[in-house]
Design a protein around this ligand. Structure first.
Ligand SMILES: [Zn+2]
Ligand SMILES: [Zn+2]
Length: 290
């Protein structure tokens, strides 16, 4: 092995990537707050990135509990435009004025949901839209994969080779609930680690299978160490949950921390399947990869 390759290999082995759950529906550690939403912090080799910002109620509180150094955050990435991932964004941008914002252009589009006959605007809240506008010079809108900090990539648009996530029948792009919303802004994030890829999901509106296919196609990497985040199975029936678990097994995912919109029933199924590879995903949880 040449000296440079050897050095790079040593560097890869020595590098630790930490994923901290800042916001999630449940609180796992004492003193943390839970809210319907998701936000994670990635730290590696002096770099820090925030993936989503939660609904906005718990982010600051939980970040303080975790001792987050806002001034060190270089990038804020949005998985998609829903309020439970963007509601805390204005606050986050204010605390990290140096951070670049990365998102799919459709994240700023209209998003509505209809549950039990009630239509709600679930897109970016108005104060967040204003904060994004004010950040004009430091906002990157991309539909294609992009390396945001060294070794950490966002997926851009995820091709819907298979049908998207089950349970999306209640999502619309109009307040009248006429035109279905496929959430084209949905994107994932992945990191290269010595253990394999670590994939973070917002809500996986594109479907977990499409997401992992896309990550594999772009990276050429077949080893997936861990999948963390929302799998949007909370409204799926039992058969579809089993199918999703089969897919994850077929991708040879070694461990997983499903949370947020995955839903308790699906989490139980995945716990049975993954056994020791199953991790709890809640505010305050931290996962280290070398
Ligand atoms: Zn969500
Ligand atoms: Zn969503």
């Amino acid at each position: 092995m040449c000296v440079i390759t050897e050095l790079l290999t040593q560097q890869k082995v020595a590098m630790t990537t930490r994923v901290s759950i800042l916001v999630e529906n449940t609180a796992l550690m004492p003193g943390f707050l839970g809210e319907h939403g998701l936000s994670m912090l990635i730290e590696r080799e002096g770099h820090a990135l925030l993936f989503d910002a939660g609904q906005g109620l718990a982010l600051s509180h939980n970040a303080e509990r975790l001792g987050v150094a806002w001034e060190r955050i270089e990038a804020i990435v949005l998985s998609h435009g829903h309020y439970d991932h963007t509601g805390g964004l204005a606050n986050a941008l204010g605390k990290a004025p140096q951070a670049g914002l990365f998102m799919h252009p459709a994240a700023e589009g209209a998003h509505y949901s209809r549950r039990a006959g009630v239509v709600r605007d679930i897109g970016m809240p108005p104060d967040v839209r204003a904060a994004v506008k004010a950040r004009a010079s430091n906002v990157v809108r991309t539909e294609t994969p992009m390396e945001v900090i060294p070794g950490v990539w966002i997926s851009g648009s995820i091709p819907r080779v298979k049908q998207g996530a089950p349970g999306d029948a209640g999502l619309f792009v109009d307040a009248g609930g006429m035109e279905p919303d496929a959430v084209p802004d949905d994107q994932a994030l992945w990191m290269e680690t010595g253990e394999g890829l670590v994939v973070l999901l917002g809500c996986a509106h594109s479907g977990v299978e499409n997401t992992l296919r896309h990550v594999r196609a772009v990276t050429g990497e077949t080893s997936i160490a861990c999948v963390i985040g929302g799998m949007h199975l909370a409204h799926a029936d039992a058969e579809l949950v089993v199918q999703a678990a089969d897919v994850l097994m077929s991708f040879d995912v070694r461990s997983m921390a499903p949370g947020h919109c995955t839903g308790l029933a699906a989490q139980c199924v995945l716990r049975e399947r993954f056994r020791n590879g199953f991790r709890l995903c809640g505010a305050g949880a931290q996962f280290d990869f070398t």
